[in-house]
Design a protein around this ligand. Structure first.
Ligand SMILES: Cc1cc2nc3c(=O)[nH]c(=O)nc-3n(C[C@H](O)[C@H](O)[C@H](O)COP(=O)(O)O)c2cc1C
Length: 260
């Protein structure tokens, strides 16, 4: 099998029951069924040779991002899926990749340029501190937590080679920019990073949980009164992944406002 890239340049096998010749339509999975819909050229329903899932894939050749940027973007976006942190292993991004990944966040929209979010990288050497905060948070929630439950809570700090906490500031700068807008900006920054990780060939996940609002965690990251720990981003080499989940189609979430 030729080398495959998780985001671009797959090799392919036809999906049973689908036409195996290239079609001018995309094949997308809608509620478990393959359907053709949008008009990206030279796409069809094939199973990805590396993950065996039926998804939007390019046939035969890697995409040239310069000549077909929309198609490249579509494949990149549709290739991203959550890979649980326990399934993300070393190696993680090297220094150059990490720089590109963190830099991707800067392209997020940011109303009034408040930079209402920040990122905290949690390197391997600091994971024990996070583990202690997770353990303390659990005990604050449940003083009767067993040793095993405490160990499980602490273990979460050691998963995935790259771990980043996303913090949103609800109050910095212009108060007219409300928390919704700030969260949207953070979400765009997060998605940029997830897509960059995908393009680099890594898997990724977002995780949240009750520990993020706990006092031990707030103290560890020195969160200010207006700051919220929103989620963690995990990135690493995919050990195993679930089949891609069915995606909603635009018909599920788009309506048009009628003219008067
Ligand atoms: C802010 C945020 C927090 C999340 N936290 C968790 C989490 O704690 N645990 C988890 O398994 N998934 C978490 N997810 C991931 C979603 O479960 C996942 O995106 C969803 O199942 C869709 O799967 P996909 O990412 O493969 O499309 C989180 C997603 C977001 C946006």
């Amino acid at each position: 099998m030729p080398p495959v890239h998780p985001a671009i340049g797959y090799s392919f096998a036809p999906v049973a029951g689908l036409k195996s010749k290239p079609s001018p339509f995309t094949a997308t999975v809608v509620r478990g069924k393959l359907t053709s819909d949008t008009e990206l050229p030279a796409y069809t329903g094939f199973a990805c040779a590396c993950c065996q899932t039926a998804k939007l894939c390019r046939v035969n050749t890697p995409i040239d991002p310069m000549s077909d940027p929309a198609a490249w973007a579509a494949v990149l976006m549709q290739s991203r899926q959550t890979v649980l942190p326990k399934r993300l292993v070393a190696p993680g991004p090297d220094a150059g990749q990490l720089y590109a990944l963190l830099g991707a966040a800067a392209s997020a929209p940011d109303h009034k340029q408040l930079l209402p979010w920040r990122l905290v990288v949690i390197p391997t050497e600091a994971r024990e501190r996070l583990a202690q905060a997770f353990g303390a948070a659990l005990l604050q929630r449940d003083a009767c937590a067993t040793q095993e439950q405490q160990a499980q809570a602490r273990d979460k700090a050691f998963r995935a080679p790259l771990l980043i906490l996303v913090v949103v500031d609800a109050t910095c700068g212009d108060p007219d920019v409300n928390l919704f807008e700030r969260m949207v900006s953070a979400g765009c920054a997060i998605q940029n990073m997830l897509l960059m990780a995908t393009a680099q060939g890594y898997g990724s996940a977002l995780t949240s949980g009750k520990a993020l609002t706990s006092e031990p965690l707030r103290a560890l990251f020195a969160l200010g009164a207006g700051e919220h720990a929103v989620c963690c981003i995990s990135v690493g080499t995919v050990q195993s992944r679930r089949p891609a989940r069915p995606r909603p189609s635009p018909a599920d979430y788009v309506r048009y406002l009628r003219a008067p």
